[in-house]
Design a protein around this ligand. Structure first.
Ligand code: MRU
Length: 358
């Protein structure tokens, strides 16, 4: 998708400089900086500090992390240790382990002098596949927006939480892909963007990328969605997910669950968009999903532009206050109207998922 009129992806391999390029998302929206990842440590750090974030992009970065490990030291022990460190870099998004496991499986038994070539091809394939999957999610979700528009014959208001946009994937996004497809087709859409405290991925990333694509949007404080739904100002919710269980339960950014409850109470359809790489086929009980707890500074401090247009970080909480920063919650399947996947839309249940993914 576009930034200042130029097409980008969130990650790519720079053949000339033999480096992985990313858009440093910790600097958005105030600065647009492209950064080189040169070592596997760089890739691990980028995932940890969230220079890259969003389940599919974390997976793509981990895949390139394996490529960087091989470029550094073509040694089986080093590559294995790197794969383990990559998997540990963030706990909730299943795409991370999915991508590393896929890379390691592809590399097993490959001749040493072929290793780099095969790894690079596979990392590129993982990213290309994600682009295709996200595009298909968009086409499948578009049908739902079209149905609402046909009945309403007026602007379709869609609420989203966090950033499940193209910046969270390689391109298109998951939750935003149906929105971009509808916008490109001329359907009037307007997006309510949850700010998404504490890291403000909604305000800093979703609103930013929608602005760049000229999709009308309004940032709201996280607690505003409920009253908007009561007032009939939300036609549907679409969110992303970091891990969807085979039962249809969905882990996503903290606060998603509360939006789903409000949606249920107000008969607002609540959809979750995901590529199949986000499905965890093993865990059955949502209490077994590892929920990331992040640094308390993400809560107690905020970053913004000062009066001289310089980025500045300031403390907003009392120094003595304790904080707790859980990054994800789980929305039980019973609150999810449907899962929008690359293969179609299904019920959030074992039966629903089985119909699409044999
Ligand atoms: O902590 P983040 O910014 O990585 O969390 C991202 C989300 O919760 C997204 O909704 C999810 O990864 C889906 S991305 C298509």
């Amino acid at each position: 998708m576009k930034i200042e009129g130029k097409e980008y992806r969130t990650i790519w391999f720079d053949e000339k400089n033999q480096a992985v390029k990313i858009i440093d998302q910790t600097k958005l929206p105030h600065q647009f900086i492209i950064k080189d990842l040169e070592t596997v440590k760089d890739a691990i750090n980028a995932i940890k500090v969230m220079e890259v974030r969003g389940a599919p992009l974390i997976g793509g970065t981990a895949a390139y992390g394996i490529v960087l490990a091989i470029m550094e030291k073509n040694d089986p022990n080093f590559i294995k240790k790197s794969s383990e460190d990559l998997i540990q870099s963030r706990p909730t998004a299943i795409n991370l382990k999915w991508a590393v496991d896929r890379m390691m499986k592809k590399l097993s038994g490959v001749n040493n002098n072929e290793l780099l070539k095969v790894a690079l091809e596979e990392a590129k394939a993982i990213c290309e596949e994600d682009v295709k999957f996200c595009e298909n999610i968009g086409l499948n979700g578009l049908k739902i927006i079209e149905e609402i528009y046909k009945k309403k014959k007026d602007k379709v208001n869609i609420l989203t939480h966090c950033n499940a946009g193209w910046l969270a994937t390689i391109n298109w996004g998951t939750a935003t892909s149906p929105i971009y497809h509808a916008h490109k087709k001329g359907i009037p859409v307007h997006v309510w963007v949850d700010e998404t405290r504490p890291r403000n991925q909604g305000a800093n990333l979703t609103s930013y990328e929608l602005n760049e694509e000229e999709v009308p949007n309004t940032i709201i404080a996280d607690n505003t969605g409920g009253i908007l739904m009561q007032r009939g100002e939300v036609d549907m919710c679409i969110v992303g997910t970091d891990r969807t269980l085979s039962t249809g339960d969905v882990a996503n950014k903290i606060g998603t669950y509360l939006k789903a409850l409000a949606a249920k109470d107000n008969n607002v359809p609540f959809y979750v968009a995901l590529p199949s790489s986000t499905i965890d086929w093993k865990i059955e009980d949502f209490k077994d999903i590892p929920i990331e707890e992040r640094n308390s500074e993400e809560l107690s401090h905020v970053e913004g532009l000062d009066e001289n247009n310089k980025v500045k970080k300031v403390r907003i909480y009392p120094k003595k206050s304790r904080t707790m920063n859980l990054a994800f919650d789980v929305t039980p399947a019973k609150y999810v109207t449907g899962l929008i996947t690359e293969k179609g839309v299904c019920e959030a249940s074992k039966e629903g998922l089985k119909k699409l993914f044999k």
